[in-house]
Design a binder for this molecule. Structure first.
Ligand code: URA
Length: 195
């Protein structure tokens, strides 16, 4: 294991050791930490694992994940080149929305993941992860628009997108999300050139 892998493993160990969200932990089959390239320039952050994710221990492997894969392919982005995670790392019962206290409890561990991976671009999927990077914003007004933020000692570009599960069966939102994904390669190129 390289240094980054060891540091990421330690985050999972600490979540268990610190007994984060014991009610969720008790019901969950797996802690879903994330998956993908730990040297990625771009990290996608969803809400919380669903049933399939809980069963497999991997993020975005159910219906929303299939749609996400299609959109990544449509934007010419390899899923294996990016890192994908969620703000909440255990499945909430019956896929209910994560509670504010659950998001708050997991937030420091997401920050640690970002500190290790050091992406330049954070793509938030849905408002639950967006609100931590871009507080007091409305996703309907800012989706698809890259925003530069200060994040600890570093800088990040945050691209807020709708959540694939919300857009899956909603015609208008679906078309918007597909369009927004297609903007990502250009955003990545601009950020690389402005480094
Ligand atoms: N929805 C999410 O927000 N995350 C997943 O991993 C799966 C579905």
């Amino acid at each position: 294991m390289n240094k980054k892998q060891i540091l990421l493993e330690q985050i999972a160990v600490d979540i268990i050791k610190n007994n984060i969200c014991p009610d969720l932990a008790q019901e969950a089959k797996n802690l879903v930490m994330g998956d993908g390239n730990i040297d990625a320039e771009i990290i996608l952050i969803g809400e919380a694992p669903g049933k399939k994710e809980d069963e497999t221990g991997l993020p975005f492997v159910g219906a929303a994940g299939k749609f996400l894969n299609e959109m990544l392919a449509g934007a010419d982005i390899n899923r294996s080149d990016v890192f994908i995670t969620n703000i909440v790392k255990y499945r909430p019962p019956n896929n209910r929305d994560p509670l504010p206290e659950e998001k708050a409890a997991f937030w420091p561990y997401l920050v640690r993941q970002l500190d290790v991976i050091q992406p330049q671009i954070v793509v938030t999927l849905g408002r639950h992860s967006m609100e931590y990077f871009l507080p007091n914003q409305k996703i309907s007004l800012i989706h698809g628009q890259p925003k530069r933020i200060k994040f600890g000692d570093s800088k990040l570009v945050v691209v807020p997108l709708y959540h694939p599960a919300a857009a899956l069966y909603n015609g208008g939102m679906r078309a918007t999300l597909i369009d927004d994904f297609k903007k990502l390669p250009k955003i990545i190129e601009i950020i690389k050139n402005n480094k």
